[in-house]
Ligand binder design. Structure first.
Ligand SMILES: *Cc1c(COP(=O)(O)O)cnc(C)c1O
Ligand code: SF4
Length: 339
């Protein structure tokens, strides 16, 4: 963490880029890559490099929205988004171990003001004030960028709210900097059960020996693990890559939870695929991959519409109360309904 690559000029020492041009991009959307992930990306190639290396397309993006999910408009106090009655999104850090170029919160990542104790306390006060909130989703940035002590302080305060049942942490650390998952950190996290961790892997190459070891530490501590994967054009938007990724995750005791359709984030539209592509991939997973390794494919609707699952069309006919349903290999079967 003390030796991050944070400018195109520095990055140009490792890969062939036009540092001067890319400075225009990073002035708007800061770059950050830690050494672990840089080495891994260089060794792997485009599938990882494109996630982290700035691209001129980011600033030539006519399409995007700055806050595509309307998170700031559904925000009763700073850093909290309260969209669904029973759960809140609570951002506790704006920093990450790498700045993903496709990040939905591009507007916040990198040029942050630190989130103060006072702001965190206001967030917790809000959670305490609304008895409907039973699930707190801690995210950012990456929450695990904070020190163990600070994480502990926040988790303890949330746990003291009696109506909060489950706590979730969303983090990309197991993928981007697995050394952050130390036995000391895990020892603290496991005291706040039921606490779930949803990690973020996009490509099978991210599951290195170090990443798998970090995941093992968490799983051995009894922390249920999930993964949120972003569907990224030219990186993982083919069934073979995602099959490998989801199988590998499952084998490491991580259940794929969401496959996320790209948001309309300004500066990230070159990563988006068409929805038909995602549906086609989902169709190919079904039948070929154990259901335990198949995530929900969801689109988070612009303007705060929330997440909606997208499912390939399986019902192909409905006549005289008999449904015609297509199975995973294309055979049509009939299902008579009750009156
Ligand atoms: C994704 C999200 C959640 C969590 O949704 P789940 O479907 O329960 O995982 C909660 N609040 C906001 C604002 C979200 O974007
Ligand atoms: S780790 Fe997550 S929050 Fe951080 S830049 Fe990547 S996608 Fe955004």
């Amino acid at each position: 963490m003390q030796d991050m690559v944070e400018s195109p000029a520095e990055l140009a020492q490792y890969i062939n880029i036009d540092a001067e041009m890319l400075k225009i991009v990073t002035d708007k959307y800061p770059m950050r890559i830690n050494r672990y992930f840089l080495d891994l990306a260089i060794g792997t190639g485009a599938a990882l490099l494109r996630q982290i290396v700035p691209d001129m397309q980011e600033i030539a993006d006519p399409f995007g929205m700055i806050d595509p999910l309307g998170e700031d408009q559904d925000s009763p106090v700073p850093n909290i988004t309260h969209r669904y009655p029973d759960r809140v999104l609570f951002l506790i850090s704006h920093a990450c171990a790498v700045n993903c170029r496709f990040c939905t919160r591009k507007r916040k990542i990198g040029h942050w003001a630190p989130i103060t104790d006072h702001e965190i306390e206001r967030g917790i006060e809000y959670i305490r004030s609304d008895k409907r909130i039973s699930d707190v989703l801690i995210s950012g940035g990456d929450p695990l960028m904070l020190s163990d002590d600070r994480i502990d302080w926040i988790l303890a305060a949330i746990r003291r709210v009696s109506h909060v049942e489950t706590i979730r942490i969303g983090t990309r650390m197991p993928s981007t900097l697995p050394y952050r998952i130390t036995p000391e950190l895990v020892d603290r996290l496991k005291r706040y059960a039921p606490l779930f961790i949803n990690m973020h892997f996009n490509h099978p190459a991210e599951l290195t020996a170090q990443a798998c070891e970090a995941i093992s530490l968490l799983a051995d501590a009894g922390i249920p693990l999930g993964c949120q994967t972003v569907l990224l054009r030219g990186i993982n938007d083919d069934a073979e890559t995602l099959k490998r990724l989801f199988r590998l995750l499952l084998r490491n005791r991580v259940r794929p939870y969401y496959l996320l359709q790209g948001d309309l984030t300004q500066g990230a539209n070159h990563f988006r695929t068409r929805v038909e592509k995602g549906l086609d991939i989902m169709g190919k997973l079904r039948g070929d991959v154990t259901g335990m390794a198949v995530p929900h494919y969801v689109i988070d609707l612009p303007g705060g519409g929330g997440k909606v699952p997208l499912v390939p069309e399986y019902i192909v006919g409905d006549k005289d109360n008999v449904l015609e349903i297509r199975n995973y290999c294309g055979r049509i079967c009939s299902y008579p309904q009750v009156e």
